[in-house]
Design a protein around this ligand. Sequence first.
Ligand code: SF4
Length: 137
Amino acid sequence: MRLRAHHLLCLQGFRGLGYDERFVLVTQEVLEILRINPSLHVKLVDEPDILCAACPHHRRGLCTRNGPNTEERVRWQDREILKLLGLENGCEATFSWLLKTVGNKIASNDLDRLCTNCQWYSLGYCWEGIASLRDQA
Ligand code: SF4
């Protein structure tokens, strides 16, 4: 499976909220596949993925959520997260290893720096999910 790097963090806070019904359904399916198969290899990238393909803000291969330049900002966010994880764009690892690495390497102030433009960030769900990975790491 191929995921935008920042979606690895978003998935930790997913509680059924999303841009529309289709997006929520696809996100639930992706999470279920990953939960059932933690040894599945995930390729982390800085470009649109399976979740973007189901998103109403995805147009012609680009994220347009906050206007025409959004994709550039989202790619920056993906690359910053890859850096924090110590990984390269296009790297592959098992989902379980990636969860452990997120738990070990992502701190709450990283989310403050990278995710404040997200409409769900202030709910705190993502950090709660990541903090529970830290407890397990
Ligand atoms: S808002 Fe942008 S980055 Fe997020 S899922 Fe939609 S297209 Fe992808």
